[in-house]
Design a protein around this ligand. Structure first.
Ligand SMILES: Nc1ncnc2c1ncn2[C@@H]1O[C@H](COP(=O)(O)OP(=O)(O)OP(=O)(O)O)[C@@H](O)[C@H]1O
Ligand SMILES: [Mg+2]
Length: 287
């Protein structure tokens, strides 16, 4: 709600505060329910309010309809702060903001570098669910958002180390002029009983997926993998470690050829008291 001086207070969890400073690239990654979407939705509204005439685009890799976009969340922020009385106007496919500003919503897969040229005057681009953003989309987007002081924001739940957004922010040469924060459910000031119930159910019922879903780890085991539970138990009891090749030992190779093209080569060596297995999992099963 705006106070008598027209100042609107946007509340932020401390973990996101570094992202309030200007930077060409901003990223927030982590597990489910950590407040990433709410933070960037608030930031978009705040920028539209503080900088009249600002153009903002909210992007997904795939957006078949506006229902899949961040529009509803942004509308909630506008209503929550009573900003319709301050020049915000919610239309069917876009939001008009003070001083002829705009917030629009698009899916990268419906566009080419050519059709995105209309975004050149946009100052802020927020990519939601950025783990699904393809390298092609990433490469098109970066030079398109080029107006003075423009920023690209990314929020995501990490999936694979090789996804474009992870290579960009968390790879061997992160971009200059970037601020990136790791978030988790612990950082969410609005954490609810419902979400806590979901988290605990996952912890006990699907422990092999817990770190990926709730702590923001990369996917290690594709759900449904035959040995997911056994591998998780092995990791939990410290039975997964480095195993060095001994040239004097005899090795046996087993090759599970699978039925779908996923193959799991397994090397074993017998010790006096136990058998050690060296496993090189296929990319489609283990990452
Ligand atoms: N700034 C906020 N104001 C009000 N509620 C919030 C705020 N931040 C988080 N929440 C609450 O916490 C929940 C989780 O936040 P949010 O959806 O932003 O998390 P997320 O990290 O985007 O989760 P996911 O990875 O599942 O998309 C929201 O549904 C909302 O109830
Ligand atoms: Mg979200």
């Amino acid at each position: 709600m705006a106070d008598n001086n027209g100042i609107v207070k946007f509340r932020t969890s401390p973990v996101f505060e570094p992202l309030l400073a200007p930077a060409r690239y901003k990223g927030a990654w982590g597990g489910r329910g950590s407040g990433k979407s709410h933070f960037f939705a608030s930031l978009a509204v705040e920028m539209a309010y503080q900088e009249p005439g600002t153009l903002i685009v909210c992007i997904r890799e795939i957006q078949k309809s506006l229902k899949e976009s961040a529009k509803r969340l942004i509308e909630d922020k506008i209503e929550h702060h009573g900003l319709e009385a301050h020049g915000f106007r919610i239309l069917e496919d876009r939001i008009e903001t003070p001083g002829d500003g705009l917030i629009i919503f698009l899916g990268m897969q419906n566009h080419t570098a050519e059709s995105l040229k209309s975004l050149e005057g946009y100052k802020y681009a927020w990519v939601e669910q950025a783990e699904t953003l393809s390298q092609r989309s990433f490469d098109i987007l970066r030079p398109t958002i080029r107006t003075k002081g423009s920023e690209l924001w990314f929020s995501w739940n990490p999936r694979r180390r090789t996804d474009a957004v992870d290579l960009f922010f968390r790879g061997s040469s992160p971009p200059s002029n970037a601020i990136c924060v790791k978030t988790s459910w612990r950082d969410n000031k609005w954490w609810s009983k419902t979400l806590e119930g979901e988290r605990l159910d996952c912890l006990h019922g699907q422990p092999e997926l817990y770190d990926h879903i709730w702590e923001g780890d990369y996917e290690k085991i594709v759900s449904g993998a035959y040995y997911a539970a056994s591998l998780t138990a092995a990791r939990g009891s410290g039975r997964i470690s480095r195993c060095y090749a001994d040239p004097l030992m005899t090795y046996k190779a087993f090759w599970d050829i699978g039925g779908t093209g996923a193959k799991a080569p397994l090397m074993t060596k017998s010790m006096l008291s136990h058998m050690r297995a060296r496993c090189r999992q296929p990319a489609s099963t283990y990452r």
